[in-house]
Design a protein around this ligand. Structure first.
Ligand SMILES: Cc1cc2nc3c(=O)[nH]c(=O)nc-3n(C[C@H](O)[C@H](O)[C@H](O)COP(=O)(O)OP(=O)(O)OC[C@H]3O[C@@H](n4cnc5c(N)ncnc54)[C@H](O)[C@@H]3O)c2cc1C
Length: 349
């Protein structure tokens, strides 16, 4: 299926590590709840394709929610999208939905973890708006309050559909009034939730989205509590998708350590570092306040200059050729090659 350019209409920051990207209308991009877009970009000759679930209800502007993955190429790059940018996309695909029946009176159980909320939000809104007699129970797992994507939107949805929407937030780290709602979701916690908070025998359809291990546990416990398999729908955010950028192999035995002098803020720090360690990691490990942001070679926050010695920069999506010629490198992507290096940061002090 052909890719077409989509123009970014707006970008909303959802959390420190996640954005919602809204696209301008495009012919052929009608969608149903729970579907996803496949986006494509060329990173210095390597084509990367990544799928992102649509987090809007049908009829609304096309919108995806992208959470940054540590060291991830596309999700890191996407954090800096801005209105007017274009992204190549395939028309919506996916079967993570069931047909809407306006007269139906069903109970939907939706389970999401982290960025798995994106198709789940689309399903929740569609069901609540288009099946006025159906109700929704949402179990949403996150590490902490500040990593919850779409929190305001979920609160608004709850106020609008008070009697038909129940939301249970499960937070791995942050304590809550009800102890059951804190900690890792495992089989025991699910059993306790299904015994006291969600009556599985009233559930007509379950939709689950998040990391593989958790999804399997939820599916298995729902089955054990009597929900037939054909009513359990799972969307997996598979990690292996076309295109990967090279990352430096971690071979600790590769060579002897390097002695690095790091000049920053008017001080020179001498440290010993392994050759499979990035300049940035070595600086941070030695309590040197080196600047950084994306850690994936996409922004230029960690830019520094090699004054002496040799380093290898494995990825660069930020520096211009003339900067590289003048010795500038990205600290997060650069590894020492010579036994001694001198690195200088221009932090404006
Ligand atoms: C149907 C579907 C829907 C999805 N919907 C969403 C969504 O709505 N929102 C969302 O945020 N995500 C979603 N995803 C996940 C998304 O498609 C990406 O997988 C995710 O954003 C990570 O992509 P990336 O390019 O940033 O990371 P990648 O560059 O693929 O990296 C992933 C991991 O692999 C490591 N890695 C990368 N290259 C190498 C290498 N050469 N050697 C060793 N390790 C390496 C990275 O450090 C990182 O930990 C969905 C996935 C699918 C399949």
């Amino acid at each position: 299926m052909p890719f077409q350019p989509l123009t970014v209409a707006a970008v909303e920051r959802l959390t420190r590590d996640a954005v919602a990207v809204i696209f301008e209308d495009a012919p052929g991009f009608d969608f149903v709840q729970g579907q996803y877009l496949t986006l494509r970009r060329d990173f210095d000759g390597t084509e990367i394709r990544r799928s992102y679930s649509i987090c809007a209800a049908p009829g609304e502007p096309l919108r995806v929610g992208i959470k940054r993955v540590e060291g991830g190429a596309f999700s890191t790059w996407a954090q800096n999208l801005a209105p007017g940018d274009t992204v190549e996309a395939m028309p919506p695909m996916g079967r993570f939905h069931s047909a809407i029946a306006p007269d139906a009176e069903r109970h939907y159980l939706l389970v999401a973890a982290g960025s798995g909320i994106t198709p789940i939000l689309s399903i929740a809104r569609t069901v609540l708006e288009r099946e006025p007699r159906s109700r929704v129970t949402l179990l949403y797992a996150n590490r902490a309050v500040n990593t919850i994507m779409f929190q305001t939107e979920l609160d608004d949805l709850k106020s609008r559909f008070l009697a038909r929407l129940a939301i249970v937030h499960i937070l791995k780290q942050d304590a809550q009034d009800i102890p059951l709602f804190t900690g890792r979701i495992d089989a025991a916690k699910l059993d306790a939730l299904f015994d006291s908070w969600v009556q599985v025998d009233t559930v007509d359809e379950a939709f689950i989205c998040g990391p593989e291990g958790l999804m399997e546990t939820v599916r298995e416990r729902l089955g054990a509590h009597g929900l037939p398999k054909d009513r359990i729908h799972v969307e997996l955010f598979a990690a292996a998708q076309p295109g990967r950028l090279p990352q430096r192999p971690r071979d600790a035995a590769e060579a002897k350590p390097t002695v690095a002098t790091i000049r920053i803020d008017g001080a020179a720090h001498e440290i010993t570092m392994e050759r499979d360690q990035s300049l940035l990691d070595a600086a941070l490990e030695n309590a040197i306040d080196a600047p950084y942001a994306c850690r994936a070679g996409v922004c230029s926050t960690c830019m520094c200059r090699v004054v002496e010695g040799e380093v290898e920069m494995v990825q660069n999506h930020a520096l211009e050729d003339y900067e590289v010629e003048r010795g500038y490198v990205l600290g997060c992507q650069s590894y020492p090659v010579s036994a001694r290096v001198v690195i200088e940061y221009d932090t404006g002090h």
